[in-house]
Design a protein around this ligand. Structure first.
Ligand SMILES: Cc1cc2nc3c(=O)[nH]c(=O)nc-3n(C[C@H](O)[C@H](O)[C@H](O)COP(=O)(O)OP(=O)(O)OC[C@H]3O[C@@H](n4cnc5c(N)ncnc54)[C@H](O)[C@@H]3O)c2cc1C
Length: 507
């Protein structure tokens, strides 16, 4: 990593945030609803249901708001890149409009909570722009403009010369928003607890014993009996034969927080082409910062991940020559086959288990929509978005094509990891270096820390047996098949894996 980029990752949103320090579940208990996952989807669901008088328990495997939500870019918008033309093609005009309405309602709910609860979270209204510098993409921006007109979306083509960044074409969606996600959710958590909700941190849910009163089983063997389970654990912690790992992939992206004397004061920007570039500002504690994101790739398939940070740093230098990179971080999100999230009953037969996943890097609105749909499902109220987001949809186009592509990619990485020749030994590593090595003739993973200690693990992912790859930017082991991530000791950072990598003893 070059020295413009900070040595260790640290998301801007979590700096100076006091951790909650909720207890770990240490006995069996019961309630009406168990929500698993303390990100935007889980916390909003728990909050809304507790406010409706349900007795809710919220579990998180680590600490709250430290998953993807703690590492996001936090634009609150219904403009999800160029998406509406594609939505009309695949789902028809009516459903494309429903998708827009649902996300607008997500935005409105966030704004009303900010106002009603007086949350100080740097919420501001902003226009959202998709731009391109690639002449081949101008046509796609025009098609998106047609979709905006057809769906009566507030926005359309704009004169790209009015933008503060170089572009050859651009489309705007008016009156969207941005915020500080951790400040916002911190207050929702406090309000949830004030209303009688219970939170357990460092409590990993491993399984569900299904039945009329399902029981969520934790890794420590404790059970929470309830009427309803909500899997808001990013990747669903319980699959129930829903085969979610065959229907989604994980995509990783990188972010920088940059201090500059000439920040872009308004607007949120994202480009069409690769490499992806996303830009927004945030007030910052000591003056405005620019959040610059991008460099997407499938989790575990990025090879030298520090190169992605360096590429973003170079882009930041072009935009802000005097810019100083104060923080860097990376995270991944899940993408379904048709890019519309899976929200609703886990499978057709699981009427008391709900899932919210696959937010396609637009989870601020989609995660909030999920909370509303699941709240209404549990309260047995109609919700006009239920059918659009149901996880049981399976449309021939693009579903089947994407299904085949997705699983061929998994098979490729499954085989590749098993046959790759590795000659390095753990002792060949230098300080702060990790990588795949050979231990007693077998593939293993090793990291030599700054004190010279070796941390050696079996790289076989405990989910479905693919071989994890070293992520040098974050110093983690990432699975290229389904996106599970592990720290240098093999501890699970992100699922679907719920068991650690096996540690290897060199003696
Ligand atoms: C780089 C990047 C930029 C993005 N920018 C934007 C943006 O600008 N706007 C936008 O709308 N969206 C954006 N997104 C997407 C958005 O951040 C995510 O969709 C959203 O944060 C996901 O929220 P979540 O609640 O589903 O998951 P998370 O925030 O990951 O929360 C899940 C929680 O579940 C817990 N958990 C997992 N497994 C278990 C288990 N077995 N037991 C108990 N707990 C468990 C985890 O510890 C975690 O706390 C971005 C995504 C990426 C990758």
């Amino acid at each position: 990593m070059n020295d413009q980029v900070p040595k260790f990752p640290e998301p801007y949103w979590r700096i100076d945030m006091e951790p909650f320090d909720f207890p770990t579940l240490s006995e069996d208990t019961s309630c009406e609803v168990v929500v698993v996952g303390g990100g935007i989807a889980g916390i909003t669901t728990a909050y809304l249901l507790q406010k409706e008088g349900k007795n809710v328990v919220l579990l998180d495997a680590g600490v709250l708001i430290n998953g993807t939500t703690g590492h996001t870019t936090a634009k609150i918008t219904s403009q999800h890149g160029l998406f509406y033309h594609e939505l009309i093609q695949h789902f028809g005009k009516e459903k494309a409009r429903l998708y827009y309405d649902a996300n607008q309602e997500g935005l409105e709910l966030i704004e009303s909570l900010v106002n009603d609860l007086g949350i100080d979270c740097d919420f501001s209204h902003e226009d959202a722009f998709v731009f391109t510098t690639d002449p081949d993409e101008i046509f796609n921006i025009k098609k998106e403009d047609d979709a905006y007109s057809e769906l009566d979306i507030n926005g359309g083509l704009i004169d790209e010369k009015t933008l503060p960044i170089h572009a050859r074409a651009a489309i705007v969606m008016r009156d969207q928003a941005q915020f500080h996600p951790v400040k916002y959710l911190n207050v929702l958590v406090k309000e949830f607890v004030k209303a009688g909700g219970t939170v357990y941190e460092n409590t990993t849910a491993n399984d569900v014993k299904t039945g009329e009163r399902p029981r969520v089983v934790t890794r420590d063997g404790h059970e929470v009996e309830c009427d309803y389970v909500v899997a808001a654990s990013h990747f669903p912690f319980y699959d129930g034969m829903g085969l979610y790992y065959t229907r989604m992939h994980a995509e990783r992206s990188y972010s920088l927080a940059v201090k500059t004397s000439k920040p872009i004061a308004t607007g949120m920007y994202i480009n069409v082409e690769d490499p992806k570039r996303s830009i927004r500002s945030t007030p910052g504690a000591d003056g405005p910062l620019m959040i610059i994101g991008g460099e997407k790739h499938k989790t575990g398939q990025g090879v030298d991940t520090s190169k992605h940070y360096e590429a973003l740093a170079a882009y930041s230098k072009e935009l802000f020559p005097d810019g100083e990179i104060l923080h860097r971080w990376a995270t991944h999100d899940l993408i379904t086959m048709d890019k519309v999230p899976y929200i609703g009953h886990l499978t057709k037969k699981h009427k008391n288990i709900f899932v919210a996943t696959g937010f396609h890097k637009w989870g601020m609105t989609n995660g909030t929509v999920a909370a509303k749909i699941i709240r209404d499902g549990i309260l047995e109220k109609d919700n006009r978005y239920t059918e659009l987001f149901t996880p049981h949809r399976m449309k021939a186009d693009p579903g089947i094509k994407e299904f085949v592509k997705e699983n061929a990619n998994v098979a490729k990485y499954f085989v590749k990891g098993k046959v790759d020749m590795v000659r390095r030994k753990p002792e060949d590593l230098t300080s702060d270096e990790g990588g795949v090595v050979t231990v007693r003739g077998k593939r293993a993973g090793a990291y030599k820390d700054l004190d010279g200690r070796l941390h050696v693990v079996d790289t076989t992912c405990t989910h479905l047996g693919c071989e994890c790859e070293w992520n040098d930017g974050d110093r983690t082991w990432d699975c290229p098949c389904h996106g599970s991530r592990f720290d240098v000791e093999g501890v699970v950072i992100e699922g679907p894996a719920d068991k650690p990598l096996k540690k290897l003893d060199l003696d």
